[in-house]
Design a protein around this ligand. Structure first.
Ligand code: IMP
Ligand code: MG
Length: 185
């Protein structure tokens, strides 16, 4: 790696700043706290893209919430969906009687979440809802909507705040668009 390298040099533009994201996550957290005041909330983070959002969102929630993680693969290292969903890591415990909130980084084609929601609903949770940091409604293929959306984004490939390109840029503190030359490398 070249000395002095900074991921930020690969970013064309910042789409959502750290401050903007923080303010919106607080707002969504407050809404979730109201909606789940008398429920048995289990936050399920879909790895790995949603970890940063999950970490901030759970601390913006003021009611009791258990957490769990799931890992599925729907993408290779590229930018297009294959439509295929494979369970890499399942949840630790049964879901009977729990109010599930699936925490996602981005709702794109919706294929991944639609598959997950259908699979998890068969395990007898009391309810299932979806919270997503980003929504790209223009690209939707599956019949699915999020109940909590922080931001709608245009049909551009974005990275940062958990989202990757080829496993890189997840640790950028904001959401940005990559320079085209990065894909061409
Ligand atoms: P879907 O099944 O097409 O909705 O895919 C959702 C998953 O694809 C997300 O959880 C991301 O991991 C990945 N993804 C979709 N769009 C983007 C993007 O713009 N940047 C980074 N990852 C993306
Ligand atoms: Mg993901």
């Amino acid at each position: 790696m070249a000395e002095g390298f900074d991921m930020k040099d690969d970013i064309l533009k910042v789409l959502l700043s750290e401050e903007e994201i923080a303010a919106k996550v607080q707002e969504i957290g407050a809404q979730i706290s109201k909606d789940y005041a008398d429920k048995d909330l289990l936050l399920v983070s879909v790895l790995k893209g949603s970890v940063v959002f999950m970490a901030d969102l759970m601390r913006a929630i003021t009611v009791n919430a258990a957490i769990d993680f799931m890992s599925v693969s729907s993408y290779g290292s590229g930018v297009k969906t294959s439509g295929e969903v494979k369970i890499i890591k399942d949840l630790d415990r049964p879901l009977e009687g729990l109010d599930l909130l699936l925490v996602e980084d981005i709702l794109d084609s919706g294929m991944t979440l639609s598959y997950l929601r259908d699979m998890l609903s068969k395990r007898g949770p009391k309810s299932i809802r979806i919270a997503t940091l980003l929504d790209k409604p223009a690209r939707r293929q599956a019949d699915i909507q999020a109940d909590y959306v922080c931001f709608d984004v245009p049909d551009e490939f974005v990275v940062g705040y958990g989202l990757d390109y080829a496993e890189k840029y997840r640790n950028l503190p904001y959401v940005g668009v990559l320079k085209p030359c990065v894909y061409e490398k």
